[in-house]
Every structure is written in C-alpha cells, then in structure tokens.
Design a protein around this ligand. Structure first.
Ligand SMILES: [Ca+2]
Length: 181
C-alpha cells in the first residue's frame, strides 16, 4: 500500500498495522483511519503507540513495551526521538492498567491556538477504543477535543489539556473520535 510495506518487515512480535488513511505534515489537517488488529481485540490491557510520522501502530502488553516497539520501528526507517502528543487511558486517574493509546510525532509542538485543527483522528472503533477513554493527558502544548461518534460528528467536548476523570464533564467511555490542536 505504501512504501512502508517494503521498508518494514512484517513481524508477529511487533503486531503493528499501517494507518489506513492520509497523514498530515505539520499545520495541515489530517484524518486517520486506524485499522484493527487481532492483538488489540485479544488483549484486555492493550497499549498502543500511533506514530504520525512513520504511520506505524506499535502495540504491546505494557505501555513501556509499546513505546520501545515504536522506537525500534522508527529507528528502522531512520526516525528518531518521537515525542508524545496525547495519551488516552481506559481507566480514570491516568491508570495505565486498563490500556493506553498514545499518539507520537517527531519533535512536534502544537500551536497555542485551537485553530487550525492539527490532527483529526476518527474511527476509534476500528482500534477497539470507541466509548472507552476515561482519562486523557496531552503534551507539547496540544489539547484534545472529543467527539461522540467515530466520524467527528455529534456532540463534542470542550478542549481538554488533561483530565483525570472524563466523567466529570460527561465524557467517560464516550469518545468515538477526536481532534488535536
Ligand atoms: Ca474506560
């Protein structure tokens, strides 16, 4: 599908899948459709790192292992020093025990303003994350807006910098897609 198919050998150990849709370069608006993997469906405490530069999704049974997988996969294609933009947690209080999903980019910092939208991520159901996130953290000046449906429609939340319990604003186990700015 893309040049990454040739560059990155398929590896059962890495359990990663390509992001199926187009990707942004800084400033532009991107829309990502995340393909499901058998590993995500099977593991109750799954941890995945979505790399916006390499278009790889690295999953493991611990958060640290998922980041290590991402670093190894990025190094294969010459991408170094990924920085985390956001992390979704299945549980409240940033407890990684129930699973996490992080988005990383290379030396990327979000703009201070909420406009333009810098990344749009829809179809969280394809990643097994629809109606699942219960706390969220953002980094690098990024904020996150949650959407009720998986297609960036329906109700949306306020912009969130970090929230230990999304239930306090009525958004626990609810987000189907989101935007970063
Ligand atoms: Ca949850």
């Amino acid at each position: 599908m893309s040049k990454l198919d040739q560059l990155s050998p398929k590896s059962a150990r890495r359990r990663r899948s390509l992001i199926a849709a187009l990707l942004t370069v800084p400033v532009a608006v991107g829309l990502l459709a995340l393909a499901p993997t058998a590993a995500q469906a099977a593991a109750p405490a799954d941890h995945c790192v979505v790399n916006l530069v390499t278009e790889e999704v690295s999953c493991a049974t611990t958060q640290a292992a998922a980041f290590a997988e991402d670093r190894a996969a990025s190094a294969e294609v010459g991408v170094l020093a990924s920085t985390t933009l956001i992390t979704l947690y299945d549980r409240t209080n940033y407890d990684p025990a129930g699973g996490t999903r992080s988005f990383v980019a290379t030396d990327y910092t979000c703009t201070a303003a909420y406009s333009p939208i810098e990344f749009s991520v829809d179809y969280l159901d394809a990643a097994g994350w629809n109606n699942r996130a219960s706390s969220v953290r953002t980094y690098r000046s990024c904020d996150i807006k949650l959407w009720d449906t998986v297609t960036l429609s329906g109700a949306s939340s306020t912009w969130i910098d970090a929230l230990a319990d999304l239930g306090t604003i009525g958004w626990s186990n609810r987000a189907g897609s989101y935007q970063i700015s």
